[in-house]
Design a protein around this ligand. Structure first.
Ligand code: FES
Length: 178
């Protein structure tokens, strides 16, 4: 009985933390809407590329994809709670560049903490706070991919807010994603 009560308390605490983290993230988010079809400084326009379907991205799941050009790797995650810039039924699906803003090493999701962590010098980015740096030497937030969902639940990448590491322009010098 005592053990059951402890488990219930732990579950409530876990859920409370999750909710708190999501609310905190919503306040710190950047505005990334309005990127679709927008020309950037060089006159290029972001393509609309299908990434997945909301049915296939359950909370805790991740999908990796190239965008806006081949080799520009990104990760889409379902955070399972509402965050600014998120799409899907719970507004919890977000996507970020996988290139660290410090020196361009690979960033990936850490299943235990839910954070995006760089493999080289362990910069930590919070996907609930628009990819904000919360630890490590990275100077800037991860570029955030603008997403849209159509009536069939298909998720599309439609733009990128922020410059991907090492590039002068996110849309130059590369091959289109097909
Ligand atoms: S390259 Fe990511 S922290 Fe240094």
């Amino acid at each position: 009985m005592e053990e059951k009560k402890l488990q219930d308390e732990e579950e409530v605490t876990r859920r409370s933390l999750l909710r708190t983290a999501c609310i905190a993230g919503a306040g710190a988010a950047v505005l990334i809407s309005g990127l679709k079809g927008r020309a950037n400084a060089s006159g290029g326009t972001y393509p609309q590329v299908r990434i997945s379907n909301v049915k296939d991205v359950k909370p805790g799941n991740a999908v990796k994809f190239d965008y806006p050009l081949v080799g520009r790797k990104n990760i889409l995650v379902n955070l399972g709670c509402s965050v600014e810039g998120g799409v899907g039924q719970d507004s919890g699906i977000v996507a970020y560049s996988m290139f660290c803003t410090h020196l361009g090493c690979g960033v990936d999701i850490d299943k235990d903490s839910g954070m995006l962590i760089c493999e080289c010098h362990q910069s930590v980015y919070d996907p609930k706070q628009s990819g904000k740096v919360v630890e490590g030497p990275a100077p800037n937030s991860l570029p955030m991919v603008a997403l849209e969902v159509d009536k069939n639940g298909d998720i599309y990448a439609v733009g990128v807010a922020g410059l991907i590491y090492g590039l002068r322009n996110n849309l130059l010098d590369g091959e289109e994603v097909r």
